[in-house]
Write a protein that binds this ligand. Structure first.
Ligand code: ZN
Length: 405
């Protein structure tokens, strides 16, 4: 048992947060068993004036793009060709993959991210290297290699039968590891996939109960090229026809969907990965937030590194605030915190992650906020919008410290 004393900020719902100026948090076997005002009991560690929050959830991040943050070569299709594909090809070299895996895992932990949905490169060995690193560090993640079997540089093409067999092997090895590492089926995006590999991915996901994820309707040129290539009346139909539109399907971006596409998306109970920093950096557009929320579609947020410029989910949430204002559906800070923590975790099926409350897993981050931030509102404002806030002082997953400085 560990008894921590700290200032504590935790969401309870999209509209309610709890603030403790002086609290104790008790952790037993990786779970929180008590959170309440300091009551004089003996403590193991005094973390004040640091502020403990739940760990953050990054629902869309690319591990092989760790080294190209800041490659300003957008919009999307140019950025992929000039900056992204050449770097991802280097992951055929396992030594390179292992080195970047260590950096990537460390960057997530140092940013306060305790659950990440990470896209790997096409190479299963490189993805295995990242899962191996997460197994070692104790971090929590959903990971998969991207599947690409057409319309991309030859050194990134992996034929469907080879790629799906390798994915099946990865799933057999890692899916459900310590109930914190999971494998996903990730056809990268329609343009680089044949119908056969997408259908194969959907079948494998169903058979092994994997998450499916892909990019959807990010950029107008991409949308036009997709419907032309597949001869469909809209983009979502391509994934629907392949069996990829399910409740355990996570779609990144979703910027230019029609009413009909949103309708089918909502009916399937699929999940949005909102990537507003990336959308701004590549000039892709805005997410129609009101549409998503009015239809009750589960919302998560993704940094989308390296089209996103920071591993910090808080930075993404700051951009989500801007996106909300720009699309006429302003958002509250409590709502932003919810999407970035508990709301994001629940949308991904993690029911006991994202809150500092009894029964929840002790996925936590310790922040240093300005000394004048003494209310929930001020602390939340600093966490989300103060671009000069120092990086976290420490990060825990399941009560195990995965980062400290
Ligand atoms: Zn992406």
């Amino acid at each position: 048992m560990t008894v921590l004393r700290a200032r504590v900020l935790t969401p309870e719902s999209p509209t309610v947060v709890h603030w403790f100026e002086d609290a104790i948090v008790v952790v037993e076997h990786g779970r929180i068993t008590h959170v309440g005002p300091f009551d004089g009991r003996p403590i193991d560690e005094d973390l004040r004036p640091g502020v403990l929050t739940p760990g953050f959830v990054d629902s869309h991040v690319h591990y092989p793009q760790t080294r190209i943050v800041g490659a300003a070569s957008g919009p999307l299709l140019d950025w992929l060709a000039k900056s992204t594909f050449p770097e991802e090809a280097r992951f055929a070299d396992l030594a390179h993959a292992e080195q970047v895996a260590r950096v990537f895992a460390a960057k997530l932990a140092a940013s306060g991210t305790t659950l990440a949905f990470a896209y790997g490169p096409v190479f299963a060995g490189a993805t295995d290297a990242l899962l191996t690193e997460f197994a070692r560090t104790g971090q929590r993640a959903i990971v998969g290699p991207v599947l690409m079997d057409t319309n991309c540089p030859p050194d990134l093409v992996v034929p469907g039968t080879v790629a799906l067999e390798a994915l099946d092997e990865l799933a057999a090895k890692w899916h459900g590891h310590e109930d914190r590492l999971f494998v996903a089926a990730i056809p990268r995006f329609a343009l680089s996939c044949t119908p056969a590999i997408m259908r194969g991915a959907a079948d494998l996901a169903r058979r092994r109960d994997l998450w499916v994820s892909t990019h959807l309707s990010e950029n107008l040129a991409e949308c036009a090229a997709t419907t032309a290539m597949f001869g469909t009346d809209d983009y979502l139909r391509v994934y629907e026809d392949a069996g990829l539109l399910e409740s355990k399907s996570l779609f990144a971006h979703c910027l230019h969907l029609s009413d009909s596409e949103w309708e089918r998306f909502a009916t399937a109970d699929a999940v949005v990965a909102h990537c507003p920093d990336s959308n701004a950096f590549l000039g892709s557009g805005n997410l129609p937030l009101a549409t998503v929320l009015e239809r009750g579609i589960p919302l998560t947020v993704g940094t989308d590194v390296a089209a996103g410029r920071s591993f910090r989910v808080a930075r993404t949430l700051s951009h989500a605030y801007d996106n909300a204002l720009a699309t006429g559906r302003p958002t509250m800070t409590t709502e932003l915190l919810w999407w970035g923590t508990c709301g994001g975790a629940r949308a991904l099926g993690f029911e006991s992650v994202g809150m500092l409350a009894p029964g929840y897993e002790a996925d936590m981050v310790l922040w240093e906020v300005p000394p004048w931030a003494e209310t929930a509102e001020a602390v939340l404002g600093a966490l989300l919008f103060d671009g000069d806030l120092p990086s976290p002082r420490a990060t825990w997953v399941r009560g195990h410290r995965v980062f400290s400085r």
